[in-house]
Design a protein around this ligand. Structure first.
Ligand code: SF4
Length: 69
């Protein structure tokens, strides 16, 4: 995550020992408020989230995957 400043309790190590956002059992990001659908660490969200554009093809693909799960 480079220079990201994520609360440690919201991170975990992946199988390659890299630090990533923790996910809940259903795959959703642990930082997401499920009631508001807003990021609870918006000001500290990782760079990869900052680079993600709402409504672009990646965003739409992720939403389709989650709605199919
Ligand atoms: S913006 Fe990033 S950190 Fe925040 S809820 Fe979404 S995926 Fe998680």
């Amino acid at each position: 995550m480079g220079d990201d400043d994520i609360p440690p309790e919201l991170t975990e190590q992946d199988r390659w020992d890299g630090w990533v956002m923790a996910r809940l059992a259903d795959g959703w990001c642990a930082a997401l408020d499920r009631n508001t659908m807003l990021c609870t660490i918006y000001e500290r969200r990782p760079v990869i989230c900052r680079d993600y554009q709402v409504g672009d093809s990646d965003c739409i693909g992720e939403r389709l995957q989650l709605s199919a799960a």
